[in-house]
Design a protein around this ligand. Structure first.
Ligand code: NDP
Ligand code: MG
Length: 383
């Protein structure tokens, strides 16, 4: 069997490097034909040396390409990811860019790839209806990489046509799960980046601490599984062992479990419908002893409710939530604002930016720009 060619978009990130771990393990099954990054040129050069893609891209053009990598076709600049993807002619694309910056790549991957493996949840939060409609029209499967959605996708394999009563997304609670509201407001970047169970990129780790991440995932689930907001619930589960669950009409609940390791869901999407073994740590139930559950606290984690409300409002509301969050998280990571301001900025943007219909990708970018403007105004920042 010939190896499937895969484009790893966001190859230098947390998801990208773990996907390359799977490629490394199964050289006969996968070949990384295209690797892209934003500015981490040295890291990308090392990956290119090891994986020898046909095509590579960096948004920020480096001073020079090392001599031994000049046989690779290189692309630079803001649209370099998409140009590299198109030139590579890869069969699959793993979309692992962070933020709405990855939407364009997802959109174009649906034109040229046989399968799109989706980690970039913000692409669905912002372009949800357009992206899923295009995937159906093109007959391209959108395979979830996010652990909760991979779990639900796996549980749904046992559905056999039966209606689903509700989806249950589990949530670790993030680094500040047990903090008081007052202490949370002043939490530092270091406090927030110390995630208890998952090791991930900076932006998503902050999103876990605010629970914006779980809100984005409710919206992601709505689009991936065509499920109304009313049928998607969130439960806090600090051990992150149950990755998510599906409840059926007869009261049966199916869950997917495993140690928290993203190579599980990444490998499942890459190998689908086959399961690829990797060196997963087996679950030891006796050592775990207990699995805990709690309802999310709406007072300390208001962003989850804001996201669900934005989903219910529809139109550009989720785009506004996402854009304001990206702006606020950027400012927090640069240590310009306290952690507690993130929720205030999102709330302010949702209050003041008018919600408009989304009929095209251009409409998405217009709403995103308006949200970022509103966030800056709320923060008293200039361009
Ligand atoms: P990282 O920040 O670790 O990596 C992001 C990747 O995207 C890097 O390769 C980065 O390049 C590249 N990138 C960033 N900005 C741009 C841009 N404007 N244009 C092109 N490339 C860009 O993120 P994660 O891997 O943590 O997350 C990626 C996506 O997967 C996110 O949407 C996240 O929500 C989702 N996800 C992540 C999980 C995880 O465990 N990390 C779990 C579930 C979902 P460079 O290194 O050069 O900056
Ligand atoms: Mg997740």
């Amino acid at each position: 069997m010939e190896a499937r060619t895969i484009a790893i978009l966001g190859a230098t990130g947390s998801i990208g490097t773990q996907a390359l771990d799977i490629v490394r393990r199964y050289p006969g099954a996968f070949r990384a034909g295209c690797l892209t990054a934003h500015g981490s040129s040295d890291k990308l050069f090392d990956l290119c040396r090891e994986f020898r893609p046909d095509v590579a891209a960096l948004v920020n053009e480096p001073d020079e390409i090392p001599e031994d990598l000049r046989g690779i076709q290189w692309f630079f600049g803001p649209d370099s990811t998409v140009r590299a993807l198109l030139a590579s002619k890869c069969q699959d694309a793993l979309c692992a860019i962070v933020g709405i910056a990855g939407l364009d790549a997802v959109w174009h991957a649906l034109d040229v790839c046989e399968r799109v493996l989706l980690a970039n949840k913000e692409a669905l939060v912002t372009g949800g209806e357009l992206v899923t409609k295009k995937a159906v029209e093109k007959g391209v499967p959108l395979l979830p990489v996010d652990s909760e959605h991979s779990a639900i996708f796996q549980c749904l394999q046992a559905r056999q046509g039966n209606p689903v009563k509700r989806l249950l997304l589990t949530c670790s609670g993030g680094a500040l799960r047990a903090w008081t509201k007052e202490a949370m407001y002043r939490a530092t970047v270091r406090d927030v980046l110390a995630h208890p169970t998952w090791n991930m990129g900076g932006k998503i780790t902050v999103d876990c601490a605010t629970m914006v991440n779980k809100g984005l995932e409710v919206i992601e689930a709505r689009h991936l599984f065509d499920m109304p907001a009313e049928k998607i619930d969130v439960v806090i589960h600090p051990q992150s062992v149950i990755h998510s669950m599906v409840e059926f009409e007869d009261g049966a609940v199916l869950a997917q479990l495993g140690m928290p390791d993203m190579r599980g869901p990444i490998g499942y999407a890459m190998g689908y419908p086959n399961r690829l073994p990797y060196d997963a740590t087996p679950l030891d139930f006796a050592a775990l002893g207990h699995l805990d559950f709690a309802a999310p606290d709406p007072v300390r984690f208001p962003c989850l409710g804001m996201a669900v409300e934005a989903l219910k409002r529809g139109g550009s509301a989720p785009v506004i939530l996402n854009g304001a969050n990206e702006a606020a998280v950027g400012a927090f990571l640069r240590e310009q604002i306290p952690f507690g301001r993130i929720a205030e900025v999102i709330d302010a943007a949702l209050q003041c930016v008018p919600v408009t219909p989304i009929a095209s990708i251009a409409d998405v970018y217009t709403a995103d720009a308006a949200a970022r403007e509103a966030a800056k105004a709320e923060l008293g920042m200039r361009n």
